[in-house]
Structures are given as C-alpha cells and as structure tokens.
Design a protein around this ligand. Sequence first.
Ligand code: NDP
Length: 287
Amino acid sequence: TPTPLTLLGLGAMGTALAGAWLAAGHPLTVWNRTAARAEGLAARGAAVAATAAEAVAANRLVVVCLLDDASVPAALDGVDLTGKDLVNLVTSTPAQARARAAWAEERGARYLDGGIMAVPPMIGVPATGAYVFYSGSSELFEEHGATLAVPAGTRYVGADAGYAALHDVALLSGMYGMFAGIAHAFALVRGEDVAPSELAPLLGGWLAAMSGSVARTAEQLESGDYTQGVVSNLAMQVAGRQTLLSTAEEQGVSAELLEPYFRLMERRLEIGGGEEDLTGVVDLLRR
Ligand code: NDP
C-alpha cells in the first residue's frame, strides 16, 4: 500500500508534487502558510492540516518544499521532529544543506536533502526525464526511495547532505553559461535578415553537437592530460577569439558575456597551455 506522507509548502512546485502523490494513491497531508492554496488539493483528497505542527505529527515522512532555506526554520522551529524522516527539497547551497541536516538531526530527525532538476509541469510526467538529486541519510533514502520516485526520478549522490545542492548548482551553472552564449548569438543576428526562428534550429543543433566537450573535459580532468583527444588546441582558439570579438564590434553587440571566458583562455595560454584543450580554465577558476 502507498506510504502516507506530509508535504509542507504548496507553491508552484509543492502543488505539482502533491498532485503526483495523490494521483498515485498516497495518503497525503498538506500544510501551507496561506491556507487557501490547499483548497484544490483538498478537493482531490489531501488532508489539510491547520498548522505545520499538526501536518508533521500526521506522518513519519515529511517533505518540505518552501521558498528558501530561511523559510524552513520559519515554518518548523518549535515543531517536534523527533523520529521524523525529513526530506528538504528547498533549493539551497551545499553549506546551507549541511547546516540544515545538523539542525534536523539535533531535533531527532533523519535528514535527506534534495535538488529538483525539473520545472513544475515536468513533475509526475516520467517521459520528461525529470529527476531529483538526493543526499544525506542513505537509510532514509532506501526506506522511502519508492515514494520519493513517484513525482520524479531519484538520484542519490552521497551521504554528505550538501552533495545534492552541489550537483544541482553545478548543472544550473553550466546551463547559465549556455544561456549566455545563446543570448550573444541571437544578439549578433538581431536586425539582420536572419529570423530568430531560422537561427534557432542551427544554434540548437550546434550546441547539441558541442555537448560532447562535457565528457572530453571529464576525461582530461581525470587523466590530468589536457592534450588528450584535443580537437582544437588553445593557441588556435585564442587566436580565433579575435574573429568573435571583431564580429561583435561590427554588429554593435557587447562582448561582455564572452570576454571573461576569453580572458581565462588567454591566461592559460600565457602559462604554457597552447597545445591543450580548454580544460585548463577549470584550474584557473579554483581559488
Ligand atoms: P513558490 O514561490 O511558488 O512557493 C513558495 C512556497 O514557500 C509557498 O508555499 C510559500 O507559502 C512558502 N513560504 C515562503 N516563505 C515562507 C515562510 N517564511 N514560512 C512558510 N512558508 C513560506 O515557489 P516554488 O514552489 O516554485 O519553489 C519551492 C522550492 O522548489 C524552492 O526552493 C525552489 O527553488 C524549488 N524549485 C522550484 C522550481 C520551479 O521551477 N518552480 C524548480 C526547481 C526547484 P505562501 O503560499 O504562504 O506564500
């Protein structure tokens, strides 16, 4: 029989999670600071608790999906967490997650931190590939893994409670670098006789083809040999960057998104990385 659980937080993400558990037949108790947001879920069979304390008391498994780390103690300070299995899906930093794990353990709970790699419409739709990184108590994850797998896939990445956040933020950071490149590419053709919708499939296809660099970078970092399998060496790429900068200038486009990366490439070249791939930039970023 489906495990009963409690969910605190019925924002966009919490509501999507609640819907998935209800659809799968899990008895669900919900609480939200603004009570009106629970009405739709009550109509679908959720039990609505009047207070966070009441919601926590209802079940051993308690999932938290509030705005940010500060909202967790705001909702739960003073609530008895003894013997609870607390799963915190709030997006946080690794240090915040570790501190929150210690906070929960001091209060007698087992703790699992989660980082959601999905937007709300992907929740409960396995075909989207949505998943959640989890880290912290492996016992909790083993015991409740099947319940946690209802709204999205699960990936346990270690006993260090900060590792879910670390993985989450690593992926999001990579994504923003890609967004920066996309913005620059569209800016270059803006005002020209090239429709954004013409460029889009070409740019999307090119980025997909270039995503192979992720695996090559990993291999080079692990071997320590940044020339391994190099396709376009750094010396050539540093020379070639001028074409990109000059084209931006010609098109009246600011190169501010590209320049910081090019500066790191130049620094690596200066210290002798000319025959390497771009992997040496990773080392320059570590403080
Ligand atoms: P929303 O802004 O839609 O909802 C925020 C929720 O937090 C509401 O339930 C709100 O209650 C509650 N809340 C805020 N402050 C407090 C407080 N001090 N005390 C009690 N409750 C509080 O956010 P989402 O649902 O979109 O996001 C929730 C978490 O999920 C965030 O950490 C977010 O980073 C993460 N996430 C969201 C994604 C998304 O695309 N939406 C994607 C991946 C992760 P009230 O209704 O009373 O305001």
